[in-house]
Design a protein around this ligand. Structure first.
Ligand SMILES: *Cc1c(COP(=O)(O)O)cnc(C)c1O
Length: 366
């Protein structure tokens, strides 16, 4: 079989989705399924739909286009603000955009008018993580302007935490979002149907505490990898092995552990100090930093990751392995994202739902 490849178990993704949808549903929170770690694969989106998400979202226009081309019917949310220049493509593939700049909203309004549609907006609020979003003190002014803009509809507000600075979703920042929604509604005389509290990092908050007005979470990593991104601890009842990376051996021989000769920088900076520990079985697999994050690989027992350059993954194994032998790894979010995005890594489905092998998309210029 072709390698390297990521084997995807769609039944496990569906199970994880259903489990989270049911836990959050009991708290009045709907789930937007986020597909960006899988390059907007329609098969993965369909597994999330089968598991009960009510919307799908992705940060990239190209991925949303792949979802609609792939026949996905659910409303699509563009998570990362488009540039003004991308407004037409955004309006064509998404029904909602998360926004924080008026010039972008104006470009979306022009594009929506041209297309004869109303484009939905979620105004993003910055609540401490210092990535996207308007400051809470500016939200009223922004919301007022959005409400005056034709061809767009303010559907709600949202925030995103734990992505840049690692700020933890808490009763304080979630209540701040909820109170802001209520204040905007009162002062502007509108109803905001979507209050989107964040991503997978919100799960501990959502499970442990009253969730108030927050009624949407955008979940990617927890559905796909079954873990809490704040701690990377597996979530009870979820599969952590829906994705498996399979790589092939191209060389395996006993080699010393200490480099010979004077050393400078290696391909990716200063190499970690290599301790002399005699001779080991050194095995090389044909995959590299272009395709995976070596720190994010979970090696099977008896195998450890020593190093990686662009195209070679250097492993220690217990015995010599013949060229062509396959080794299977688990993946963290970083390794999954890169593997799914690399045109050199195939994607296969290893369960009954689907067994074909779609070619990777090449990005098209915006
Ligand atoms: C990626 C992303 C998400 C999903 O994050 P996970 O940690 O994978 O659940 C949610 N919201 C925004 C804005 C994102 O960019």
């Amino acid at each position: 079989m072709i390698s390297p490849r990521v084997e995807i178990n769609l039944a496990k993704i569906e199970h994880n989705t259903r489990h989270l949808v049911s836990l959050l549903g009991a708290k009045g929170i709907a789930v937007t399924g986020i597909t960006k770690a899988t390059l907007g694969l329609p098969e993965v989106a369909n597994a999330m739909i089968a598991g009960g998400v009510i919307r799908l979202g992705d940060s990239r226009i190209e991925n949303l286009e792949a979802l609609s081309t792939g026949g996905i019917q659910l409303p699509l949310t563009l998570l990362r603000s488009p540039t003004p220049e991308q407004a037409e493509r955004a309006v064509a593939c998404a029904s909602i955009s998360q926004v924080s700049e008026l010039s972008v909203v104006e470009a979306l309004a022009v594009a929506a008018a041209k297309r004869g549609v109303i484009h939905g907006l979620i105004l993003m609020i910055e609540l401490g993580d210092l990535r996207e979003g308007v400051l809470p003190s500016d939200a009223l002014g922004f919301a007022q302007r959005l409400l005056q803009t034709p061809h767009v509809a303010l559907l709600g507000i949202g925030t995103n935490l734990a992505c840049r600075a690692g700020v933890v979703p808490s009763p304080d920042n979630m209540q701040e979002l909820a109170l802001l929604a209520t204040r905007l509604e009162r002062q502007l005389g509108v109803h905001l149907p979507i209050i989107s509290g964040g991503n997978s990092a919100n799960l501990s908050w959502a499970m442990a505490l009253p969730t108030g007005r927050i009624n949407d979470l955008r979940l990617g990593e927890s559905i796909l990898l079954g873990c809490d991104p704040l701690t990377r601890v597996p979530l009870e009842g979820l599969h952590t092995d829906a994705f498996t990376l399979v790589v092939s051996v191209i060389e395996s021989m006993a080699k010393p552990t200490k480099p010979r000769g004077a050393t400078g920088q290696a391909a990716f900076g200063t190499p970690v100090a290599m301790r002399e520990r005699g001779t080991i079985m050194q095995t090389i697999a044909s995959i590299g930093r272009q395709d995976i994050d070596p720190e994010g690989l979970v090696a099977p027992s008896g195998v450890s990751v020593l190093a990686a350059s662009s195209d070679h993954l250097v492993l220690e194994t217990q015995t010599a392995m013949p060229p062509g032998a396959e080794i299977r790894f688990g993946l963290d979010y970083s390794a999954l994202l890169r593997a799914m995005t690399s045109p050199f890594v195939a994607t296969t489905f290893n369960d009954a739902l689907r067994t074909c092998m779609p070619p990777k998309r090449k990005g098209s210029p915006a």
